[in-house]
Design a protein around this ligand. Structure first.
Ligand code: BUP
Length: 455
């Protein structure tokens, strides 16, 4: 009957950028009366991930947790997050018995785009309908779907940086936006798994996107009109995935309470990018010279477990002293949800990880984009085109050059002083809330998925 409770199992990939949208989706489904089993690969890469999981399960006792014990890791020099994905792959034979034992048996299984080629065959073998949550932008997805074809041709090699990549005559993006590992001739983990997953994802029963129609109209249209690939499973925009209760921190930044509305710039480059030391110090100079108030999340190592350096050693004593007057510096981690939702925060100097972009849209905070790696230039391009922020393209990829403090200061002043940007960002916030609210495009998208899982 229509009253049948849908039961869905979720499996996230490595890193907060992948775990967070899965937790939010779990909370959203729970609120919509769907029974959720959340499968947690064990151990996690970062401490932050295991803490976020404990908080989540404490806040959502209705969500069932199943631990997926991974095979013991070996000594490995690869990126720890990539290695974790490989570990899930080599442990995946342990997943089928776990899934088969779930009661009632789930009517859907949702996994991350980075695990598609590993998971889809397993769920197919036990006839469990599988779905993929794409944790980046729809624009990035146009590349994801096309890249297996493009990589096999000379199409990419022959282009200049500014040339636009096309598939079947549909324009995707200039080559300059493409993640550098995808342009390397040699094999690398990012490129290989991008191809494997991109090929496999079309066999899934549906793809969920953490974006919304008015934000990425053109890319969603290209995908859904079959311009990018002719045959695709349903692609449904369900974002921005709203922050869930377990993210609301008890520990508020009281310093922010004393700052004027919209006056503070929040600075963060995401959970897995540590800037080079000399770039960190130039950034500090820039923040001071900008004259703006700021909250700066400083990250010195890729994985938090290894980040033992004192803040003062990273930034330097003298800079540390000067920074104190105008800003707050935090090391490793700070509750971004609590920060972006604070009325004092008016700007976000961001690497444009997709979750950060959606969170800025959700709170109507303008972005000053400084993409570093991976999909971040693609995302920065969206931010700039839609009017959520600005992007200084000449700053390049991470480590390509040393951006001087003077220059950073100037761009911060421009961004924080830009009144029309402030207003545009607030308009985008309204659109985001409308999409997710009752009857909105993302709300409807999720409703359709849920009704599939009920039958
Ligand atoms: Br850092 C940091 N606090 O201090 P992205 C991040 N976050 O809450 P990334 C905090 O982690 P990928 C911090 O709100 C977002 O939900 C932040 O995801 C939260 O970037 C998430 O923005 C980070 O997508 O992941 O970490 O680079 O490489 O997957 O894009």
């Amino acid at each position: 009957s229509d009253q049948k409770l849908a039961h869905v199992a979720l499996l996230p990939s490595a890193g907060m950028g992948h775990l967070t949208p899965f937790l939010r989706l779990a909370a959203l489904l729970t609120a919509r009366n769907v029974q959720v089993t959340f499968i947690t690969p064990h151990p996690t890469v970062s401490l932050t991930e295991s803490q976020a999981l404990s908080r989540f399960f404490a806040s959502f006792p209705q969500v069932k947790q199943k631990q997926f014990h991974l095979l013991p890791p070996e000594e490995n020099s690869a990126d720890p997050f990539f290695y974790h994905m490989q570990l899930i792959k080599s442990s995946c034979h342990l997943l089928s018995p776990l899934l088969s034992a779930l009661t009632p048996s789930p009517s859907g299984f949702i996994t991350d785009m980075t695990l598609a080629s590993t998971i889809i065959p397993i769920t197919q073998a036990i006839s469990l309908p599988n779905y993929v949550l794409f944790t980046s932008s729809a624009k990035m997805m146009t590349l994801f779907l096309s890249y297996p074809t493009l990589a096999g041709s000379k199409a990419l090699d022959d282009l200049d940086e500014t040339d636009v990549i096309k598939i079947r005559n549909v324009e995707l993006m200039p080559k300059s936006l493409v993640p550098p590992p995808l342009l390397q001739k040699s094999n690398n983990f990012f490129k290989n798994s991008f191809i494997e997953n991109g090929m496999k994802v079309i066999e899934s029963c549906g793809i969920l996107l953490n974006t919304f129609v008015s934000f990425e109209l053109e890319s969603l249209r290209k995908i859904n009109d079959g311009q990018v690939l002719e045959r695709l499973p349903p692609v449904v925009a369900i974002g921005p995935l709203p922050p869930c209760d377990s993210e609301k921190s008890q520990l508020q930044l009281t310093w922010l309470d004393d700052q004027p509305a919209g006056s503070v710039l929040y600075v963060s480059f995401g959970s897995r990018t540590a800037l080079a030391r000399d770039q960190i110090r130039e950034l500090g100079e820039g923040l001071i010279k900008s004259g703006s108030r700021f909250v700066w999340m400083v990250k010195d190592k890729k994985v938090d477990r290894e980040d033992s350096e004192e803040l003062e050693e990273v930034i330097g004593h003298e800079l540390m002293e000067r920074v104190k007057e105008k800003g707050l510096i935090v090391k490793d981690w700070l509750n971004q949800e609590a920060t972006l939702s604070h009325p004092a925060v008016g700007g976000f100097l961001s690497h444009c990880g997709w979750n950060s972009v959606m969170e800025a849209a959700w709170h109507g905070v303008r972005i000053l984009a400084w993409p570093q790696n991976g999909d971040q230039k693609v995302n920065a391009d969206i931010v700039e085109r839609i009017g959520l922020g600005t992007w200084v393209k000449s700053w390049g990829w991470s480590g390509e050059m040393l951006v001087k403090g003077e220059e950073i200061a100037e761009r911060i002043r421009e961004s924080m002083g830009n009144e029309s940007l402030r207003i545009q960002a607030l308009g985008i916030k309204e659109d985001a809330r409308k999409a997710v609210g009752f009857g909105g495009s993302s709300y409807k998208g999720l409703t359709e998925l849920i009704s599939m899982w009920k039958h």
